[in-house]
Design a protein around this ligand. Structure first.
Ligand SMILES: Cc1cc2nc3c(=O)[nH]c(=O)nc-3n(C[C@H](O)[C@H](O)[C@H](O)COP(=O)(O)OP(=O)(O)OC[C@H]3O[C@@H](n4cnc5c(N)ncnc54)[C@H](O)[C@@H]3O)c2cc1C
Length: 363
């Protein structure tokens, strides 16, 4: 197969390049800025959808295949690059769980959910503000330190000989005889002979719009705080009222996140930061004394029900998309990449690709 060009160097583009490269396919990645600095960097790295039972089967299928693949991916990347992406099975503690829905979900998807009375919650997480009611503990859920995972992936790709071209924004496509022949870049027209995969995150919908069959992917802003706290202050990823806290091994605690319709605006505004800080202190009072080390925003690739499109373009041969992973792209990426790579190489995929097809309404 001729060289595959992947547009976008976030977690989805990099894992796609990794899956293809491991299968022996030559790949190059074109990235508008620096690799791994957009949503994939801004996110939290929780390897479980929040309130996972709320998601459709198409997300579940990718999620649990990817979650199972993560330990080996992290170990392999660390062995190749020396970069530890800190995959950690910290478990997820949901303080406002929905027990009946959770039980049905756990049975259907073979996951473990443990109900915890308030005294058990206090024993597990003494830094939490006191809680009433039963919490749900998902002991197998993990997290990854996403900026390090991105660094490891980048380095592993370079070591495999994958070309990563940064500061190379694709602004358009030349199409002849039903296939892409070149890409418009600031450096001029870049000829392509092999397949092209659009993995441009929140920008994928806008980039593909000119080609007549748009994908329903649009930005959804999320703001996040970073605290410097003591290692071990909390253990589980904690979730309440759609706000979560994630402790890294070195004591940093991420707290997020907002869900905002703000177009492509990525401003981290002080008023929202203050609200997030108040929510964080309400959940973990000791954070009132912790130094605030960061506040940022990222643009999630929003899509209907959070289901990504992983499919060939309906009319242009050799043009593919892997985008729209919304709130779960760090989690879903390895399974989405595997599916894209299998389809592109005409292999029978492990998952049914039908739910991720280019939407009918745009054909
Ligand atoms: C606050 C926040 C918290 C989150 N928490 C989690 C979480 O805990 N767990 C989880 O699984 N997910 C989480 N997510 C979601 C997750 O981050 C995204 O779903 C995921 O990063 C999407 O990856 P991506 O590669 O598609 O997009 P991105 O990481 O945005 O990468 C797309 C890349 O394409 C590049 N690009 C765009 N246009 C072009 C172009 N024209 N030419 C060349 N390059 C281009 C961009 O510069 C960018 O580098 C969170 C997101 C946010 C914002």
């Amino acid at each position: 197969m001729q060289t595959v060009t992947v547009i976008g160097g976030g977690i989805v583009g990099l894992t796609t390049a990794w899956a293809l490269s491991k299968a022996g396919v030559a790949v190059r990645v074109l990235e508008r800025g620096a690799v791994g600095r957009e949503a994939s960097w801004a996110g939290g790295g929780i390897l479980c959808p929040l309130y996972p039972w709320r998601y459709p089967d198409a997300v579940q299928a990718l999620a649990w295949r990817a979650a199972a693949a993560y330990p080996e991916l992290a170990t392999r990347l660390a062995a190749i690059t020396g970069v530890d992406s800190e995959w950690t099975a910290s478990g997820l503690l949901i303080l406002d769980g929905e027990p009946a829905a959770a039980a049905a979900w756990a049975q259907r998807w073979a996951q473990r959910v443990v109900a915890c009375a308030p005294d058990e919650v206090a024993r597990l997480e003494p830094a939490l503000a006191s809680t009433a009611g039963t919490a749900l503990r998902l002991p197998d859920m993990a997290q990854v330190r996403n900026p390090r995972l991105l660094r490891a992936l980048r380095q592993a790709l370079v070591q495999r000989g994958v070309e990563i071209r940064e500061h190379c924004a694709v602004s358009g496509f030349d199409v002849a005889s039903g296939r892409v022949t070149s890409l418009h870049t600031p450096q001029g027209r870049l000829p392509v002979t092999g397949p092209v995969v659009v993995a441009a995150g929140a920008w994928s919908g806008a980039l593909l719009a000119e080609l007549g069959a748009p994908v329903p992917v649009a930005p959804v802003k999320g703001q996040m705080l970073l605290f410097e706290a003591s290692p071990g202050l909390i253990g589980h990823v904690l979730l309440r009222a759609d706000r979560y806290a994630i402790a890294r091994r070195d004591g940093h605690i991420l707290f997020g996140s907002t869900v905002e319709q703000a177009g492509f605006d990525k401003t981290a505004d002080p008023a929202t930061g203050e609200r997030l800080r108040a929510d964080a202190v309400a959940l973990i009072p000791a954070l009132a004394r912790a130094r605030l080390a960061g506040h940022w925003a990222g643009l999630r690739p929003g899509s209907p029900a959070g289901v990504p499109v992983i499919a060939p373009h309906p009319a242009i041969s050799g043009l593919w998309v892997n985008a729209g992973h919304f709130r779960n792209g760090v989690l879903l990426a390895p399974a989405a990449a595997e599916l894209l790579a299998d389809l592109l190489r005409e292999r029978v995929p492990a998952l049914d690709p039908a739910p991720y097809a280019w939407p009918e309404s745009t054909r």
